[in-house]
Design a protein around this ligand. Structure first.
Ligand SMILES: Cc1cc2nc3c(=O)[nH]c(=O)nc-3n(C[C@H](O)[C@H](O)[C@H](O)COP(=O)(O)OP(=O)(O)OC[C@H]3O[C@@H](n4cnc5c(N)ncnc54)[C@H](O)[C@@H]3O)c2cc1C
Length: 323
């Protein structure tokens, strides 16, 4: 019987949609193996964050609420997760593959002496155990693996598990007692620098427009890439070439060493399609490529291609979409 603990991810109380991929994974495993899953929300005054998670079939939505847990500081969160997993006898602890879970879940796994698999894209039952598929080498290889141990920690790729529809029954909310002042604190939260973009985060958005080396300066990036994203209500992203040349900030980079995005629509403007870039966006539902080179590798993965000069076709596209 599976007893799964799903770790909810949020940004200052705002639920990250990728959490629903981890919920979908837990639902699938619980349905196949028998058993149930709980969802754990950690933070400060996060009762409201728990609410939208109540209609997904969890046995309970657990809330670990404490002022000292306001920021997702890895050592404290890992201890809370390990403690809750131990108390509830969890057999699996799962989160969405993200920077948050990369930072926190391996530490929680280590505290329980448990094994961990990241970037899981598929799971199937085999006897009393499970076989997992996970992506390796920037998405160029898929490993089929088993994970030993009584407790398994996993992160799942958001695009691999479709968000579950909401049910009508509401799971109970249960407050988990946290003696947060007793948690060891090796890490001190100093602050966070955020650029107020006014646009959605590319890992959450349904549409992402990304620019590559074709874009010559920050003003053109804002006008062409930002302009196209705005008419589509989307987020912006960029290739590493633009980050390296100082045209876009690091936070916009999509790819192996940047963000992994899986929107409904990804528009790559002046991006050649290097494997390291594809690793960050190839789970997209529909890929559109705009490139002046008809032989650019991006066209091999694109569902729709437009061969042309970005400086000419993007303003035209923005104009037409506005009309
Ligand atoms: C370890 C490692 C990790 C990496 N991680 C990442 C990563 O996370 N993300 C990432 O993106 N890259 C990453 N890279 C870099 C990657 O290999 C490529 O160098 C990079 O993605 C290229 O960016 P680009 O497509 O914008 O530029 P280019 O490869 O130079 O392509 C530019 C494209 O624009 C087209 N073009 C030029 N002018 C126009 C125009 N006016 N109109 C239309 N099209 C035009 C060209 O035909 C060309 O196809 C990594 C590399 C390494 C070694």
């Amino acid at each position: 019987m599976a007893n799964i603990l799903v770790i909810a991810e949020h940004d200052d109380g705002q639920l990250k949609l990728a959490t629903l991929a981890a919920v979908a994974f837990a639902k699938q495993v619980a349905a196949e193996a028998g058993g149930s899953f709980d969802i754990l929300v950690i933070g400060d005054k996060v009762g409201g964050t728990a609410e939208p998670l109540r209609n997904h079939g969890a046995a309970s939505v657990l809330v670990a609420d404490h002022a000292l847990l306001k920021r997702p500081v890895a050592d404290k969160y890992a201890q809370v997760i390990a403690e809750v997993a131990k108390q509830r006898g969890s057999t699996m602890v799962v989160g969405a593959a993200s920077t948050f879970s990369k930072d926190i879940l391996p530490r929680a796994a280590a505290l329980l002496d448990a094994g961990m698999l990241s970037d899981v894209v598929d799971v199937r039952r085999e006897g009393d155990d499970f076989i997992f598929k996970r992506v390796l080498f920037a998405g160029n290889a898929i490993a089929t693996v088993k994970l030993e141990g009584a407790v398994k920690f996993l992160t799942v790729r958001a695009a691999a598990f479709a968000h579950p529809p909401k049910g009508s029954e509401a799971s109970p909310v249960e407050v988990v007692a946290v003696a947060a002042e007793r948690l060891t604190a090796f890490i001190e939260y100093v602050g966070r620098e955020m650029k107020v973009a006014g646009r959605p985060d590319s890992t959450e958005a349904r549409v992402v427009v990304s620019g590559g080396r074709a874009i010559k300066n920050p003003e053109d990036f804002e006008r062409l890439i930002g302009g196209l994203a705005d008419v589509l209500g989307g987020a912006v992203g960029s290739s590493r070439a633009l980050v390296d040349s100082g045209i876009t900030p690091n936070s916009l980079q999509v790819g192996q060493t940047g963000k992994i995005v899986a929107p409904d629509l990804y528009i790559a403007v002046g991006i050649s399609g290097a494997i390291q870039h594809l690793a960050g966006m190839k789970d997209t539902k529909v890929i559109v490529a705009i490139n002046k080179d008809v032989d650019a590798p991006i066209f091999e993965v694109a569902d729709f291609g437009l061969v042309g000069d970005a400086y000419q076709v993007v303003p035209e596209l923005i104009g037409k979409l506005k009309r």
